[in-house]
Design a protein around this ligand. Structure first.
Ligand code: LLP
Length: 438
């Protein structure tokens, strides 16, 4: 088993001669010793590889007429923004906090898409003042507020509309109407989206450059993306015919699925663009419209497989005929996804990684909450206090969704690259915990 990378869900993980789990070639047990636990580790080389594969798919299948914008809600910090900037990738931000992080590292604002279903005036102002490339307008009230704010600043803001294309990617046999019940965006089938476009073209301080849709997350099927692109191109054609307005850009959002456990079967990342490009080109030719500039917004697929979380085992409770709890020094505060969605993960005892997983356990966190679990029925090497447990593919929606519940300090985030490690986000201290208390 030693060195057999196929045994792990992410390809950057292996086992060294000591029998320890490695990430990007570095010994995770040594990293735990050096930086402490709980600890997030992100493999920068793998993050970059994912960025390139999305970028190359646009080059290869769509003549490079597009932009990959990393959905920073998956995992955002200054170092992550710097890596994206270096890769020539744009950013999808969804709050002034994410935008501020991007601004703090000098991120090119023309490559930013600003999302959110309820942006505040302060957020809109920050976006307008900094000439954010595209503000994705969610509703008619926001459109009016943004027009006023841009007018005061003497600017014409580039906007897109968030559209509900009516594609439900989460049913096996995807249906076209399910998504009307969503808090995000304008509905197509009620005519709401068309009315909004009409209004936008009449306003002086917004410039409607594009349309956006996002059909869901952790999707393994390509067909819903193709269907969404078809619906959007039809709408672009309708707008041209009925209003004479040219929509130049089409943002198809993110949602590409990744492998959390052996049950997941992700599609190679370049396949999405391959299939979508064919449909978009075909329809544009048929309808005699110019090929739109295409944006995609992968979040999870760039960050998740690159990350792991390391914990130290504190105690093990065998409850006869019921289950075995293995308690670790983190939990729902650093990974709320099992508590929220019952999301499944693979775990490994990092210091026994070459041994067989011959127990089945519940990994429990240290929060004062029975539902504070990392997972149930998880195959694992026999764990004893002091062991290091690695939970795999935690690079997305873990740190970014972490909290200080029970006044626990957020873990550090360490980046590994070319066999070296460095701190990207410091571990919080007790002083941080009381910093804002009066
Ligand atoms: N673009 C938009 C407009 C989005 O709303 C999202 C995700 C993305 C892109 C990126 O999607 P991705 O490629 O990461 O699937 N907290 C949940 C995931 C929420 C996703 C929200 N929107 C989780 O932990 O699974």
């Amino acid at each position: 088993m030693k060195g057999d990378i196929k045994m792990f869900v992410s390809k950057n993980l292996s086992v060294n001669e000591k029998g320890d789990l490695t990430i990007g070639g570095l010994d995770t047990v040594e990293l735990a010793g050096k930086y402490g636990t709980p600890l997030y580790i992100m493999d920068e080389d793998l993050i970059r590889e994912h960025c390139r594969s999305f970028k190359q798919s646009i080059d290869k299948y769509y003549g490079g007429k597009g932009l990959v914008c990393y959905a920073s809600k998956a995992f955002c910090c200054k170092e992550m923004c710097r890596v994206m900037m270096d890769e020539g990738i744009g950013l999808d931000v969804v709050s002034e906090g994410e935008l501020y992080t991007a601004l703090s590292v000098g991120f090119p604002m023309d490559k930013i898409c600003f999302h959110g279903n309820n942006k505040t005036d302060e957020e809109l102002l920050l976006a307008v003042e900094n000439n954010v490339g595209r503000i994705i307008v969610d509703n008619i009230f926001e459109l009016e507020r943004l027009n006023d704010i841009s007018k005061k600043k003497g600017i014409k803001a580039n906007i897109m509309f968030r559209i509900k294309p009516g594609v439900d990617a989460h049913t096996h046999d995807f249906v076209k109407t399910g998504q009307i019940d969503s808090k995000f965006g304008f509905a197509l089938e009620t005519g709401e989206a068309f009315e909004a476009v009409k209004k936008a073209v009449s306003l002086e301080n917004v410039n409607l450059v594009g349309l956006h849709c996002h059909i869901g997350s952790q999707i393994f099927d390509i067909d819903p993306f193709v269907l969404a692109s078809e619906i959007m191109i039809n709408f672009i054609s309708d707008i041209k015919t009925k209003l004479g307005h040219k929509i130049k850009e089409l943002d198809l959002g993110g949602g590409f699925g990744i492998k959390y456990t052996e049950d997941d079967t992700p599609v190679p990342y370049d396949r999405y663009m391959e299939k979508v490009s064919v449909k978009v080109k075909e329809l544009c030719a048929e309808k005699d419209i110019e090929l739109p500039f295409i944006l995609i917004e992968p979040g999870r697929s760039i960050a998740a497989p690159a990350g792991i979380t390391l914990y130290t085992v504190g105690g093990v409770k065998h409850i006869p005929n019921i289950r075995t709890y293995v308690s670790v020094d983190g939990g729902m505060c650093d990974n709320p996804r099992y508590a929220l969605y019952k999301s499944k993960y693979d775990a490994v005892v990092a210091n026994k990684a070459s041994k067989p997983k011959d127990t089945v356990v519940t990994i429990a966190g240290k929060c004062c909450e029975s539902g504070d679990l990392i997972g149930e029925c998880m195959p694992l090497q026999e764990a004893v206090p002091g062991d290091i447990i690695a939970v795999l593919a935690t690079g997305a929606y873990n740190y970014s969704m972490s909290s200080n519940y029970n006044r626990l300090c957020k873990p550090a985030v360490v980046f590994v690259k070319n066999g070296e490690s460095r701190v990207a986000v410091k571990r919080e201290t007790l002083e941080d915990i009381i910093r804002n208390d009066e």
